[in-house]
Design a protein around this ligand. Structure first.
Ligand SMILES: Cc1cc2nc3c(=O)[nH]c(=O)nc-3n(C[C@H](O)[C@H](O)[C@H](O)COP(=O)(O)OP(=O)(O)OC[C@H]3O[C@@H](n4cnc5c(N)ncnc54)[C@H](O)[C@@H]3O)c2cc1C
Length: 369
């Protein structure tokens, strides 16, 4: 019996599980390991914060997905890999033996080097923890205790979140919102039209934007920037760019300069055969592309194919990330901006389009058939 261990129920692995369920490989046992039973689909997270969805709408039940695919689901946190013994260590002290292993454990907003951030900021990942904290913030707003909210991170995640929060909390309380970025412009990965559209929404909704403002320190009731500006806060939300999960250093795998697993165009570790990685936690050497869900989703099918090829001794197939990806960035109020290369479109219809795509994505992995 070949033992395939899939670590993390991220966007690539859910497709691997689905495909192995639809077309099983003889003599192969699949185990999916995730810290949580439910994976939150990030595309819908801003809609959840804004109040357009509830948690059930946005979550994928990993245990049921595995069950339908005749795979085993283990709810545990991976903390190390022994590639010589072919063992995955779990933080509860147990371990899993494998013949092939694949990692899709995502990324974490990096708080490294920012004093107080780990103690006083609320990280947007893991999403389940963030959603629980958000419910408390909504209560805080209702009781008049949440007057100042700071969101750190000027990428799509930070912009979407601050707009969603403002939309949800404004009817409940008078809350001041500030969006902080260390870059000279918001959404640096997007075209000028998209930037202008979202800057317009932020200004229309009274959200302060602080550019060139690297956060140096987070305190319980203030953030302090490197140019010594102090901004009052009752809740600091950390939504900065993707950082590598620190436990990857306990795997012996070759990592890139930012600590992500270095993989080749087969999505296989550049240092260890039989070890694959996809999604945010992996970087395909020789290609420049952002850490985003779109790329993690696209890597699901080639990863499934290569795990299958590796099991049957066939040559591995090549995968090259696409050069451009469509981003649908929501404005909180059922309005969204579509960004693709140099092009921008916006409107309520873009939000409805996004809603359709997102709901279908989640349904695909929760369906009983
Ligand atoms: C607010 C927000 C909105 C976003 N919106 C979009 C969007 O609209 N479009 C887009 O393309 N991208 C979006 N992104 C980016 C997107 O979330 C990520 O790029 C995407 O989730 C990466 O997918 P993944 O499969 O690599 O990992 P994830 O989806 O993060 O999944 C990783 C899984 O691994 C599990 N895990 C983590 N550590 C361990 C461990 N040690 N042991 C076991 N399991 C573990 C986690 O529980 C999780 O289920 C958004 C990000 C944020 C923060």
């Amino acid at each position: 019996m070949n033992r395939v261990v899939l670590v993390g129920g991220g966007h690539s692995h859910i497709e691997v599980v689905r495909r192995f369920g639809a077309h099983p490989v003889p003599n192969t046992g699949i185990t999916l390991v995730d810290t949580a039973r439910f994976a939150t689909y990030t595309g819908m997270l801003p809609g959840l914060i804004a109040g357009h969805y509830d948690f059930h709408d946005c979550r994928i039940d990993l245990a049921s997905l595995a069950h339908r695919a005749n795979a085993r689901f283990v709810q545990a946190s991976a903390c190390a890999i022994d590639t010589t013994q072919r063992q995955l260590a779990l933080s509860d002290g147990t371990s899993l033996d494998y013949d092939l292993i694949s990692l899709d454990v995502g990324s974490v907003p990096s708080t490294a080097g920012v004093a107080g951030a780990a103690d006083y900021a609320i990280a947007v990942k893991p999403f389940s923890g963030f959603v629980q904290q958000w419910d408390k913030l909504v209560e805080g707003a209702r009781s008049g205790q949440l007057r100042n909210v700071v969101v750190v991170g000027g990428g799509a995640a930070g912009v979407e979140l601050v707009l969603a929060m403002q939309y949800r909390l404004t009817p409940l309380a008078t809350t001041r919102f500030a969006l902080m970025s260390d870059a000279h412009a918001l959404l640096p990965d997007h075209n000028p039209g998209t930037r202008a559209a979202l800057e317009h929404l932020l200004s229309q909704r009274g959200i302060e934007v602080h550019l060139n403002s690297r956060i140096e320190r987070v305190e319980p009731s203030a953030v302090v920037t490197s140019n010594a500006t102090r901004i009052a806060t009752d809740a600091t939300i950390w939504a900065t760019g993707a950082g590598a999960p620190t436990w990857l250093t306990n795997t012996g795998l070759t990592l890139d300069a930012r600590g992500f697993v270095a993989v080749d165009e087969h999505l296989q570790s550049t240092s260890h055969g039989g070890v694959f990685a996809a999604g945010d936690c992996a970087t395909i050497q020789g290609h420049a592309y952002p850490k985003s869900g779109v790329y993690a989703v696209r890597q699901g099918p080639p990863l499934a194919e290569n795990l299958r090829n590796a099991l049957s001794g066939k040559p591995l197939a090549k995968y090259r990330p696409q050069r451009l990806a469509l981003a649908l960035i929501s404005g909180g109020n059922k309005y969204a901006v579509a960004s693709y290369g140099r092009y921008k479109l916006e409107g309520a219809w873009v939000w409805r389009w996004k809603n359709y795509i997102d709901r279908n994505f989640v349904a695909r992995y929760n369906l009983k058939t």
